[in-house]
Design a protein around this ligand. Structure first.
Ligand code: 8X3
Length: 265
């Protein structure tokens, strides 16, 4: 068939997206933007109050179905139970694995083992616990899309990044394996690998030390949650035959974790 010029189409209208980590940052923004694209939403997060508030905001602007589930993706048993409940009554066309965090920036021999567990359990094991039952259902749908939030940290490790970098490298690797395992289906898998994004990421990493967190984004324009969400939307809003498997997004001032151009004040 000859190439035809077409205007932008909404391929995801009326689809249903399940998003983890929606109570802040990138996950929250993706939920807001998908609601505007007329997508039904299943929102997962740890904080019941924040979930309730987000649902209220989104319900006002969207006539789509929105349900929320308070859930810690680290808790395998409750993930299994909750996912069973969700998948019994809804089909998930889009899965956004956004829940994740970094804790600490100590050298490898000084790292806090509890931090390590929390990062591995959330960023890696939590993603697996949620994805497994959703993918099983997606196979029966035939056509679906999974987006995993990776990081430039998963591509290029940096001092003090150690376990966080390792979990994100594992997410990148899982994305490749998911694509391989799902080769014979129309289920697409995308890894999004952002550089510095100004969310609560750094204040969480530095245990609420706002001075340290602000210093991470000083002297240049970082990315914002909106930038990542826009990229996720454009990756999702593609025809069935287009699978964008991997996307790096960096602030223009940052070319990799070591090359960051800061202006002095
Ligand atoms: C966040 C990017 O460079 O702070 O995943 O690790 S970085």
């Amino acid at each position: 068939m000859a190439y035809q010029e077409k205007t932008m189409k909404n391929y995801i209208k009326n689809k249903t997206a399940l998003i983890t980590g929606v109570t802040s940052g990138i996950g929250r923004q993706i939920a807001i933007d998908l609601a505007a694209m007329k997508v039904n939403l299943i929102l997962l997060g740890r904080d019941k109050k924040k979930l309730k508030k987000l649902k209220k905001i989104l319900s006002k602007q969207s006539k789509r179905e929105i349900s929320t589930y308070a859930l810690d993706v680290r808790d395998r048993e409750s993930v299994e139970k909750t996912m069973k409940k969700i998948l019994k009554k809804q089909t998930v066309d889009i899965l956004i694995n956004s829940a994740g965090l970094a804790l600490g920036m100590e050298q490898i021999d000084k790292g806090d083992s509890d931090h390590w567990d929390a990062m591995i359990d959330t960023n890696l094991k939590g993603l697996l616990y949620v994805s497994k039952p959703v993918i099983a259902q997606m196979r029966s749908l035939g056509t679906a899309h999974i987006v995993n939030l990776g990081s430039v940290a998963g591509k290029t490790a940096y001092p003090g990044g150690n376990v966080y970098c390792a979990t994100k490298a594992a997410v990148h690797s899982l994305g490749e394996s998911m694509n391989a395992d799902l080769m014979s289906t129309n289920i697409k898998v995308t890894t999004i690998a952002p550089g510095a994004v100004n969310t609560n990421f750094s204040s969480t990493r530095f245990d609420g030390d706002q001075k340290k967190a602000d210093a991470v984004y000083k002297g240049y324009t970082p990315l914002y949650a909106e930038d990542i969400s826009q990229a996720v939307l454009s990756v999702l809003n593609t025809p069935k035959h287009v699978n964008i498997q991997y996307l790096d997004i960096m602030p223009t001032a940052q070319r990799n974790p070591y090359l960051l151009h800061r202006k002095e004040d």
